[in-house]
Design a binder for this molecule. Structure first.
Ligand SMILES: Nc1ncnc2c1ncn2[C@@H]1O[C@H](COP(=O)(O)OP(=O)(O)O)[C@@H](O)[C@H]1O
Ligand SMILES: [Mg+2]
Length: 383
């Protein structure tokens, strides 16, 4: 049999103008409005060329933090520096940053081309240089054929690209984007997420994106800061925050998860045994040096890491019996809500890898089922 040919990894292209772009350093930054603390002692570093996401629910301080980077607000305390330069007292237009606003704020009477050119109004350049730059930007966002149209003559996704081209036209070292895809419908959003990531990759500019949408943050970002009530709760890659959340808050905020109170029953070199009354027994997790016998912890497990079967699984540990209480079919997968003997509900995700009709499902409402999971699937949370 012919061996499958391995695809060559594409060479990383040299960034067009992001070379020497800055590190952003945010050190112990707080922002108060009167008595209200909107941003609470945030420290983080954003590396050059990163696509960094600030993720959190409405009102957690994302926009305020972004506006402080842009210079529209100044911190009540703490320090922001870009490329080693302290930004205190530096006006927005003097910073090596540009901001793309949520509403796009395009000029309705101006053509696409003119809108993009408007981003260069502060730049000292010749007409030729200006025209070249506009052409470069339109090419980057693939809008050259629509250069002469007005904003109302193009689609929402295209308007978003005009706003992006305008914000990028002055070659900022850092682009700040506040909910850049918020106005788009789901399909277009998914498409534009990829476009945005491609443009960031091509230009090598540091992007800081604010979003409340966890899937968006995970698709786009190299790293994510999860915010809650003005505080950064965790910083990490999408994988890190999904598979290794550091707290009950982050675990619950990112994706769906079963969270149960547990008490450490026993620890050994190989594993940790946890008594979880809600699940009706003692369960095995990976060895964890942070916990000791008697510790109260949260026992967490993602729905897709639980296996649902009709017959009792072979494994001796981490199996639970239950009854299908609710069943949701989403096409590519199904969500089973399984009721245990004590009434507790456990969510299980089942990938519909096999094509099957409604009557051929692995389990129906009221069916008796078994749940099982690997010790490595368990997340032990101490916060
Ligand atoms: N200029 C302001 N004056 C008073 N409160 C403000 C001001 N700007 C923002 N806030 C408050 O600070 C909190 C964080 O706001 P914001 O940063 O816009 O949140 P997010 O972008 O995460 O939704 C909110 O409770 C908001 O009402
Ligand atoms: Mg906001």
């Amino acid at each position: 049999m012919a061996e499958a040919t391995k695809e060559a990894k594409p060479a990383t292209p040299a960034p067009i103008w992001g070379k020497g772009a800055p590190h952003i350093r945010i050190e112990n930054v707080s922002k108060r409005f009167g008595d209200f603390v909107a941003v609470d002692n945030v420290s983080l570093r954003i590396e050059k060329g990163e696509l960094f996401a600030l993720l959190g629910g409405s009102g957690c301080g994302k926009t305020t933090l972004l506006r402080m980077l842009a210079g529209f607000e100044s911190p009540t305390s703490g320090k922001i520096s870009i490329d080693g330069q302290d930004m205190a007292g530096v006006a927005p237009y003097e910073r090596p940053v540009n901001m793309m606003f949520q509403s796009y704020a395009l000029f309705p009477h101006m053509s696409v081309e003119k809108n993009v050119g408007y981003g260069l109004k502060h730049e000292a350049m010749s007409d030729k240089e200006r025209a070249d730059r506009v052409r470069e930007m339109l090419d980057l966002v693939q809008l050259t054929p629509l250069a002469g149209r007005k904003p109302h003559q193009i689609s929402g996704g295209q308007r978003q690209r005009v706003a992006l081209a305008r914000a990028l036209a002055c070659h900022p070292k850092v682009l700040l984007l506040d909910e850049p895809l918020g106005a788009l419908d789901k399909k277009l959003r998914e498409h534009m997420q990829i476009e945005l990531a491609n443009i960031q990759y091509k230009t090598g500019i540091t992007f800081v994106v604010v979003t409340h949408d966890q899937e968006e943050a995970m698709t786009l970002a190299t790293r994510i800061a999860v915010m809650d009530k003005g505080v950064v709760r965790q910083i990490g890659s999408a994988t890190e925050i999904y598979e290794y959340p550091n707290s009950r808050f982050v675990a619950g905020f990112i994706g769906s998860i079963n969270l149960e109170d547990g008490v450490v029953d026993e620890v050994s070199e190989e594993c940790t045994f946890v008594r979880v009354d809600a699940l009706g027994g003692v369960f095995r997790a990976r060895a964890d040096k942070r916990v000791k016998k008697g510790d109260k912890i949260t026992f967490a497990i993602r729905p897709e890491k639980i296996t649902i079967t009709r017959s009792k699984p072979d494994r001796a540990v981490n199996t639970i019996a239950g009854t299908v209480n609710d069943l949701g079919y989403f096409g590519k997968d199904s969500l089973y809500r399984v009721k245990l003997a004590n009434g507790e509900i456990v969510s299980v995700n089942f990938v519909n890898a096999r094509r099957a009709g409604e009557n051929e499902r692995i389990a129906q409402w009221e069916d008796k089922v078994w749940l099982s999971f690997d010790p490595t699937a368990v997340i032990l949370l101490t916060e």
